[in-house]
Design a protein around this ligand. Sequence first.
Ligand code: ATR
Length: 296
Amino acid sequence: MSGSPPCLLAEFEAREPAGSIREACVIGWPIEHSRSPAIHGYWLKAYGIAGRYRKVAVREADLASFLTGLEGQGYVGCNVTVPHKEAAFRIAREREPSAVAVGAANTLWLDRGRLVAANTDTYGYMTYLTAAAPGWGRRDAPVAVLGAGGAARAIVYGFLEAGVSEVRLFNRSRERAEVLARSFGARVRVFDWSERGQKSAASAVLVNTTSLGLKHQGDLGIDFSSFHASTVVSDIVYVPLRTAFLAAAELHGLRTVDGLGMLLNQAVPGFEKWFGVRPEVSADLYCRIADDIAGR
Ligand code: ATR
């Protein structure tokens, strides 16, 4: 994939008569670095859809009025990113089970004028994990999750829905992990942060959902030498694409799953709701966004 040409990541716009154009957006604060316009713009162009997808910077104080006025502003829906995911969930009139389980929304659309909230992070993570590491759940072993923020919640929910018998949760502040575990029941067990290496060495999957490793900052300090050979190591950090965590696991021969696939797959349900086509996460799209992350 490294041989693919550099990509033009401007916001695309299909040339169709004004009036028939459907428009969606991503909101957050800040929002400049969002890659969602590049992903949705790629699909709009690929499928020849008369649509637009733009970034909108929305302050916390303006969130409720922005969302309740979404339709009036001509939008068919939006993505929601940091720091508005929990507030958007509360503001929505209807909430899909995916959003209720996580207590946060990243994808909103209008259904006969009613604002509906979903959380597609669970779908994005589980879809890519299953595609990139087929058979990850075949062994009856626990899975291990590092972190206890919103992303961890979405992923823990995904593993439980997939039928995993035990999710081991490790977080720097143990109390936050205890709160998360309580909301999901006895299949989620909390361990001390100091035990993250030893107690995850036999797991089917070990996933990092913390911000450690983002832009090369911090180190998870895990020694993979005693890990079971079939453990899949995954990271939701995608800048850089190959984090130090994944590189260390690869050095020990373990299968790894990067964070970009989750980002691309979580975008699929929103695009389908807004523009009426279920888009494909193709190798070409993956390469284009990977090129952008690498600054090519
Ligand atoms: P998100 O909603 O995107 O998951 P978040 O709610 O900010 O993000 O959570 C960030 C996660 O990274 C938390 O689990 C956080 O641990 P704490 O709950 O103890 O804060 C974890 N994290 C961030 N910096 C960390 C560090 N230096 N060491 C260990 N964990 C860290």
